[in-house]
Write a protein that binds this ligand. Structure first.
Ligand SMILES: [Zn+2]
Length: 1109
């Protein structure tokens, strides 16, 4: 029954080693500073040679997996009872925890368990001199003289002694004023009595006599973090915070995320401030309300060439479930009710029997060979976890935090049976317009596992809360008793921290050893002949000039520039100079900084010099004949320049680097592009870029790569510089200023977003989950510092992440589990902030329940990331097989274990009905396709995007949305800012859906095609395109003219709305039959057969054959 290749969903204990390396990470035990052993680089290492892969390995299986205790595993400290895991559901009338006791007021702090991250030495330390700041070689000549004239190249051949690294030049602005700003809206209706927050009163456990006691700062705990504060206990009433620095500073590194942020305890309570975080420039806006789509139209559909059994049926059964709720959580489909009596009461057979009567929509049986019209008419709505209504309402938004299975299997063996991958998809730093921000002297966290208090904890009474991850009972700090929203006392469960699944804390600055790092921007620009030919330098300089005041930052922001061809050019921008000075270093073998103090300057103080430079740069190299590119040395220089402060490097490269370290050779054979054989050279040619990226990561430097090239550049090697330093990769494959105006516009728009979007510096992200679950393989751009801690020198609002999970211990007796992602970062304003997302999911013990909660898009997104890894570590064909088998195995499991009444056909539960289609789409995606000519860099870039883009954009890359747009109406339109946004129905990706009389718009994520039929409605041609007839449609049309017609306004509103929803700028191509781009458009017709790939129907037959074996 199960297929031979790749169908093993053993992603837990007992399986094979993870393709990405073992979970156990020796690097955890040693500081991964510069010089740490690369071979210890663990989970995220597609380059690493895979362990022997037994035949029949699956996509998510992997080798001798040695389970390590989950981080959240709690060891009861001496003298404290080990808490059993009680049920998580609605509280019973008595405490589920037998006799939870208040911890003794001065108890010994919980010992640090062996797997705790607290005891690990910090990976790096603020203020520590970076290794690159080491003295120069002996015999270095004295510092070179500054040239008298600007832009006169000074060829310096050896190293002066670098000045000590500048820490922060400008003063650090103190903590935000603790003004209480009640801007935060009421967090919602007060909890119904059935809420988890209901107090459970136990007769045997009187409330603490001394309410201050639990709050008392524990000297023992303070040891690693600083001195215990002194002073009287906090008063009940909020008073202004201490102005002086009464509390000794504490080290504030990434470890602080894991560390204890103590209560000052000096009697001064800081009133809480709530305000809304500033929104990003473009993506601002509330999480888009999921609007109901237009009423589904019956799509008459002909399938002439298909066998008789394969007939189009009415879409009617699909209508109601796919209509998104108007509010994210308000009235999510409740058709599927989890039995509250306990999971053990529901057996698969019972669920199967119920199919005939009260089948939840998610489990409605769909015969894929018969039902053709499976796409939801509007935007896809992820399934809503089956939780009590009040928790459902409060749960984390699926755009931010999402699970492949919204019902978590009770055991790993049950998960293995389902053959569905278990993992999380995150978009942790997404721009949000509604983000509660809390300034509080006490950030309430579990004393055992450091989980932040969240909506899914249980209050045992007013003074104690039980952690939902490790089940430890914690004290409610005194300050928490005051609710700044209601301005009342004694309602800790109404605090914003327990009313919002997404929240941000401002860490009190008194607890910092040194100020958070300033925003530091370094631009590294290719100025070779090739680069100048593209004309990109104009755009970069112009864009920077226009947005220089919008760069996120404060009075400490620094900026610097490096240009390079065969030599490296630095720019002295120090205040007081008449003009910028260019310093050329030609010794690229041993790169050094000519005047280390003046190359990175304060943006505010030196803005005029910076502007002068930006105005001159494009002309300075206008006549260059230098063709060589020393990218590697330029990156080394950038690293040296930023290693003292950390910051962001933006690299612009236009060709294959061919000089100095990191030089690359072409590895692409154009004749092999369409080869059906396996694709070679998906892994890097050198480890130079990865090693340098890890050095950068250790110094809080991230590198973003902009690749603008018509030639092969070996992106597989170059992208490592961004992948491991938590940067981003941008790729403009045919960038040319004169010949590709649409590409220029796209680059301009992307740059504007890039320069002005929010940035988080020196960040770490930790993902915690309820005891029993364990997180392994991570996907995205970062360095894995320890088992669950990602190092993110920069975090940007457009980055997505995915993780795979396994179930280490049976989740028996649990009704729900929780996941918490905590992102600790320094804002561009110098605040240390912690953004916390918490998601709660029910635990189930039947296969049918697991299937009912499957989120097909999240599953597809996770599989795509896993397949990228597989392509690199094994082979593309292996990855393709594994993806195909993923759909076969899950449908086989469904057929054999969930369905009780066998029927002919290829059967899927309604919630997975799109699974085979999405898998086929992945097989035809640029990243994984075979048989179609695909440039290697294009393929590698698609793989990069699949790994680090948020799911919404990944899905458009995989399965574009097709709309008919020549007959747009306002019926069912969205109304946004008094603009009506038409909502045409999503069409199947088949040529059969096209009509010569129509115009069709295909949204493929980073590109939008507008296909014009040969006999297109003349009204559309004149009123929207402004041309008299079909023949007059220009060959290279990339904009819609602004015509004063209703049709034009509607069409532009629709395209504009699609574009506004993503952080990058999708280019628009208007195409007709003769257009060269028609082929690209047609390649996205996933349901159709091509010379090298199956049609959707053929693919279904193949799957059916395997399932029925
Ligand atoms: Zn805990």
């Amino acid at each position: 029954m199960s297929s031979n290749t790749g169908f093993n969903s053993q992603n837990g204990p007992g399986g094979q080693p993870y393709a990405n390396g073992p979970l156990q990470n020796p690097a955890v035990l040693q500081p991964p500073g510069p010089g740490y052993n690369m071979s210890h680089q663990p989970p995220y290492n597609p380059m690493q040679a895979k362990g022997p892969m037994p035949p029949g390995t699956g996509l998510y299986n992997s080798g001798p997996y040695q389970p390590i205790p989950p981080v959240s595993s709690y060891q009861a400290p001496p003298g404290q009872p080990m808490l059993n895991r009680p049920p998580m559901g609605p509280p019973q009338s008595t405490s589920p925890c037998p006799g939870p006791r208040m911890p003794p007021a001065h108890a010994t702090p919980p010992p640090v368990s062996a797997n705790s991250y607290y005891q690990h030495p910090p990976a790096w330390q603020y203020g520590a001199l970076p290794p690159m700041g080491a003295p120069p070689p002996i015999g270095a000549p004295p510092p070179m003289a500054t040239p008298p004239l600007a832009f006169v190249g000074n060829h310096v051949t050896s190293s002066p002694s670098p000045a000590p690294p500048q820490a922060t030049s400008a003063g650090y602005s103190a903590a935000p004023s603790p003004v209480f700003n009640n801007a935060m809206q009421s967090p919602g209706p007060s909890l119904p009595p059935t809420s988890l927050h209901r107090y459970t009163h136990e007769g045997s456990d009187p409330p603490p006599k001394n309410p201050m006691a639990p709050h008392t700062y524990q000297p023992g705990m303070a040891a690693p973090y600083g001195h215990p504060p002194a002073g009287p206990p906090p008063s009940m009433r909020p008073t202004p915070p201490p102005m002086g620095n009464a509390t000794p500073p504490l080290p504030f590194g990434p470890e602080t995320d894991a560390g204890h942020i103590p209560t000052p305890g000096n009697g001064a309570q800081v009133p809480n401030r709530f305000d809304h975080l500033e929104t990003g420039p473009k993506m601002a806006g509330p999480l888009p309300p999921q609007q109901p789509g237009p009423p589904a139209r019956h799509m008459g559909l002909s399938y002439p060439s298909l066998p008789p059994g394969y007939q189009n049926t009415s879409a009617s059964p699909m209508h109601h479930p796919m209509h998104a709720p108007t509010q994210p959580y308000s009235h999510a489909p409740q058709s599927y009710q989890q039995p509250s009596a306990g999971p053990s009461q529901l057996s698969p057979s019972l669920a199967g029997l119920s199919l005939q009567s009260q089948t939840p929509e998610a489990l409605r049986v769909v015969n894929l060979l018969q039902e053709r019209n499976l796409l939801p008419p509007g935007p896809f709505t992820p399934p809503t976890p089956c939780l009590p209504k009040d928790l459902q309402k409060i749960n984390c938004h699926p755009e931010v935090f999402r699970s492949t299975l919204t019902s978590i299997p009770q055991t790993q063996s049950l998960l293995n049976k389902a053959k569905l991958p278990l993992g999380l998809l995150l978009h942790p730093f997404k721009d949000l317009s509604q983000l509660p921000v809390v300034t509080s002297s006490t950030i309430v966290r579990c004393r055992s596992c450091r989980t932040y208090i969240n909506p899914f904890v249980t209050f045992l009474d007013q003074r104690r809360w039980k952690c939902n991850l490790c089940y430890r009972v914690n004290d409610v700090p005194e300050e928490f008793m005051y609710n700044p929203v209601s301005r009342s006392y004694g309602e800790p469960h109404k605090r914003p921290e327990v009313q919002n699944a997404t929240i941000e804390f401002i860490a009190p600055s008194e607890y910092m050893l040194r100020p958070p790092q300033p925003a530091v921007y370094l631009f590294v620009l290719d100025v070779s002949h090739n680069a100048v030919e593209t004309g990109y330098l104009d755009v970069v300089c112009q864009s920077l000039l226009e947005n220089i005041n919008a760069l996120p930052g404060d009075s400490r922001t620094k900026i610097g520039f490096i240009t390079f061809d065969s030599t490296i050019h630095f720019y002295n921008l120090q205040e007081g100079l008449a003009q910028p000075q260019m310093l050329i270093v030609s010794d690229i073998e041993d790169i050094f900084l000519p005047t280390p103090d003046s190359l990175l300057v304060n943006l505010n103080e030196c803005k005029e010099l910076v502007q002068d430079l930006l105005k001159s740069l494009p002309q300075m190299f206008g006549k260059t004949m230098e063709t060589q590119s020393a990218l590697g040395p330029a990156l080394q220089a950038a690293f040296k320049l930023l290693s003292a402060t950390g910051g962001r490097v933006s690299v612009f490269q236009t060709q294959l680097p061919n000089l100095g370290v990191g030089a690359l050779k072409s590895r692409e054979d154009p004749n092999q592009r369409a080869s059906a054989k396996d694709i070679q050279n998906l892994s890097p040619a050198t480890d130079f870029y990865k090693k340098l990226a890890l050095d950068c990561s250790g110094q809080q430097v991230a590198v973003d790569l902009f690749l603008l090239s018509t030639q092969y550049c070996d992106l597989a090697s170059l992208a490592c510089i961004s992948r491991y330093s938590a940067g981003s990769v941008y790729y403009y494959p045919s960038y040319q200023q004169q010949h590709n105006p649409a590409g220029v516009e796209c680059f301009q728009k992307d740059l504007k977003r890039y320069l002005t979007r929010k940035i988080g510096l020196e960040a770490v992200m930790r993902i915690r989950c309820t005891k029993g679950l364990s997180i392994h393989t991570f996907h995205g751009n970062f360095f894995v510092r320890s088992t669950d801690l990602l190092s993110l020198p920069n975090v940007n609002p457009d980055a997505g992440f995915a993780v795979q999970m396994s179930i280490e211990e049976n989740l028996v007796d649990m009704q729900s589990v929780s996941f918490q992602a905590a992102l600790l970062y320094t804002s561009s304003k110098g605040e240390r902030r912690i953004r916390v997302h918490t998601m709660c999911l029910p635990v189930v013990n039947s296969l049918s329940d697991i299937f009912a909660g499957a989120d097909v898009q999240a599953i597809t997104g996770l599989l795509a990331s896993m397949a990228v890894d597989r392509s690199v570590t094994a082979s593309l064909s292996d990855a393709r097989d594994a993806m195909t088998n993923a759909s076969i195995d899950s449908l086989t499991s469904y057929r054999t274990s969930v369905l009780t009444i066998q029927q002919p056909g290829l059967l899927a539960p309604a919630c997975l009905r799109l699974f085979p289609l999405y898998i086929l789409a992945l097989l035809k995606q640029k990243a994984f396709r075979t048989g179609t000519s695909t440039r290697l860099d294009d393929r590698v870039f698609a793989m990069c995007q699949l790994k680090y883009q948020p799911l919404a954009y990944v899905m458009l890359m995989i399965h574009p949305a097709l709309y008919r747009v020549d007959d747009l109406t306002d019926e069912g339109a969205l109304n946004i800012s008094e603009r009506a946004i038409p909502q045409p129905r999503v069409q199947q990706l088949s040529v059969e859906k096209l009509s010569r009389e129509g115009a069709f718009l295909m949204d493929a994520g980073s590109v939008i095609y507008l296909w014009i039929g040969r006999n297109c409605n003349p009204n559309f041609l004149t009123q929207v395109l402004g041309v008299p007839n079909y023949a007059a449609v220009p060959q290279n049309m990339n904009i819609l003219p602004e015509l004063d017609t209703a049709e034009s306004q509607r069409t532009r509103a629709f395209v504009g709305w699609l574009r506004e929803q993503r952080p990058f700028f999708p280019i628009l191509h208007v195409i007709r039959d003769e257009s060269p781009l028609k082929a690209s458009f047609m390649q996205n017709m996933i349901e159709d057969r091509t010379e090298s790939a199956l049609s959707y129907y053929e693919f279904l037959l193949h799957v059916q054959q395997q399932v029925s074996k």
